[in-house]
Design a binder for this molecule. Structure first.
Ligand code: AVI
Length: 323
């Protein structure tokens, strides 16, 4: 069997986290409405906590999306066609991607992009073993920033961006449109295969973000752990509570960390005061109807080509094209 090409072991590292962590959290915590960017959940430990969330009974998106993919992967591979370059934004452990890679017809290469370097390297090493003939070009970057994509050695017939997991739901509406426009430029003449979580019974959503084992709470508080460990802050975890709820008017689950008493936290040179009950907004997870998402996609230049859902219409996988 041929060995993995040398380029499959090369990492394109844009050092996404170091430059901005302190600046962004300081700014977010000093705003009148305190918030922290959700991308900072995903260091190595945070990514592992997220993987644990994906295994929870209450967290329906991952297994529902996987089931849709398993059922439809043949159809999807035919739509994507031969020699496509698969570019995955936020590749994580690339579990769903393996399904696609198994089904794709002679892919030109695979470009996994992730902010968590250790996990990216582990994933790439594992992929190299399973797919020795596939050229894998890993990129460590904050995928909302500007960075150059590597070019594979094989000819590319179509660029297809893969963005599963309904991560698009973690963008507010305007940034979502802006990001989709960025993807439209990347896959010009090709397409975008995207996972989109759908609006549903609020109770299902409530359980998914308030799991009985407290993994989501731990994931949420991991932001505080990171600031303590990496920036020398002195957050006391027991004085902050995980609070997640569905906001029906905005069509999103909101995740917050709520201060359980009046307190002052030190971060770098700054002293940050929290009142009892004051919240730090850590994440939004927007849910869409199919019509709402089609409208958002159209505003970014995409046409919805195919939509696959599960029988309960909890989740959708969609193929969008851009001329
Ligand atoms: C990554 N993202 C789509 C997840 C979500 O459901 O919004 C992150 C998450 N937050 C809490 N649980 C899962």
């Amino acid at each position: 069997m041929p060995k993995p090409s040398e380029s499959s072991l090369r990492l394109y590292d844009f050092e996404p986290q170091q430059k901005t962590f302190l600046g962004e959290v300081l700014q977010g915590l000093q705003d009148a409405r305190k918030e922290l960017p959700s991308k900072y959940f995903y260091d190595d430990i945070g990514s592992q906590l997220f993987e644990q969330i994906c295994e929870l009974d209450e967290y329906y998106p991952t297994r529902t999306e996987l089931a849709i993919m398993q059922e439809r992967v043949g159809e999807i591979a035919t739509l994507l066609g031969p020699n496509c370059l698969l570019i995955e934004y936020g590749s994580g452990s690339s579990t769903k991607t393996r399904l696609l890679l198994d089904a794709l017809h002679d892919p030109a290469g695979y470009v996994p992009i992730d902010i968590a370097k250790e996990q990216l390297l582990r994933t790439v090493a594992a992929l190299a073993e399973t797919y020795p003939c596939l050229e894998v070009l890993p990129v460590c970057a904050d995928y909302t920033s500007d960075f150059a994509l590597p070019v594979p050695s094989k000819p590319v017939r179509r660029r297809v961006v893969y963005f599963p997991g309904s991560t698009i739901g973690n963008f507010d509406r305007e940034p979502a449109q802006h990001f989709l426009r960025q993807l439209a430029r990347v896959c010009q003449g090709g397409g975008l295969l995207i996972g989109v979580d759908l609006k549903k019974d609020f109770n299902i959503l409530h359980r998914a973000y308030n799991d009985s084992q407290g993994v989501t709470a731990q994931f949420n508080k991991h932001l505080l752990v990171r600031m303590n460990e990496e920036l020398g802050a002195d957050f006391e975890l027991k004085h902050f509570g995980h609070y997640a709820f569905y906001n029906p008017t905005q069509g999103r689950v909101e995740m917050h960390l709520v201060s359980l008493r009046n307190q002052v936290v030190h971060l770098g040179e700054a002293e940050i005061a929290f009142k009892l009950g004051e919240s730090v907004w850590t994440e939004s997870s927007y849910k869409y109807t199919l019509a709402e998402f089609a409208q958002l996609a159209a505003s970014a230049g995409f046409t919805v080509e195919q939509v696959w859902t599960d029988a309960r219409q909890l989740f959708s996988v969609q193929y969008l094209t851009v001329g």
